[in-house]
Design a protein around this ligand. Sequence first.
Ligand SMILES: *Cc1c(COP(=O)(O)O)cnc(C)c1O
Length: 353
Amino acid sequence: MKITINKKDKSRMGEVDFENLGFGTDFSDHMFVMDYDDGEWHDPRIVPFENLSVSPAMMTLHYAQTIFEGLKAYRTVDGDISVFRPHEHARRLNVSAERLCIPEVDTLLFMDALKKLLELDREWVPKKKGDSLYIRPFVFATDEYLGVGISKSYKFMIITSPVSLYYKEGLNPVSLVTSGEYSRACPGGTGYVKAGGNYAASLYPAKLAKDAGYTQVLWLDGLEHRYVEEVGTMNIFFYFNDELVTPPLSGTILGGITRDSVIDLAREWGVTVNVRRITIDEVLERAEKGELKEAFGTGTAAIISPVGKIAHGEKEVIVNDYETGELSHQLYDRLSKIRYGEMEDPYDWCLRL
Ligand SMILES: *Cc1c(COP(=O)(O)O)cnc(C)c1O
């Protein structure tokens, strides 16, 4: 399918303060849109970023039949654009699509749309180290209908936003608290996909954690509240003596692409990586014995987010004296260097434009 392009007359770049970017507050000049009706995707197009006009009865607004992805484009040291593992994101979008009864998006078209959009808005990829262009592909149901059912029409869109690092803390440790009462996901649910509703459901427990003085919720499994699953909207890793542990993708955990990359790098460096279930009790006990050297979250937004404190019920442990550990540092550093083209990319993770 041929993508048509309708260019914006005058760029809004001058209105954006590239020295003080936030996260997801500014949007580049163009966006990609494609519609689905009568059983097929049609009219792929790039148009100026603008508001949509939707029916108040649009199904997504009521029943959350919507999915998304999040990936980043970086400005390399030689001025190219490098996009981190876009194929994996295209593939994961379709895993989410299947679970939400949303029609698949052809991965080749996804890639074509992404490339054309980035070529057009190339100047929007920030030049400052640490900054990047956050890319948000998403699909949502557009039928005007208040019955609960599978929509017959959809929109697939890609918008982009120049961003600074997600957490103001940067590579500084965050504090976590488990939720004794709430869960992010349960077996048979939608925890393994990026479906809008998952995030709506996480807001209240996240607010309680913030009110209690912590940065993020450390999510435990929905059945027994014993096994560690994720942290906020990131995957979680624990580094004990000589073992790096992360929970398996059992259906309640989102298969992070950063998680996958971290596993590859750690194994390459000779670290023993065990993908296994881990109880919160093991984490606390081993932390108290001094065996927990580091803990960190992984995700596209923050890349690596070191953990400085973990609270669970009456117990609270400090990790690595509330400092960023060596492995966290090395992982962050290597992932950055690969993205910014400062080091070779042996896994072919980056798409260069
Ligand atoms: C997106 C996301 C992650 C991280 O995935 P990446 O591909 O590394 O960005 C982890 N957990 C949840 C719940 C997420 O939504």
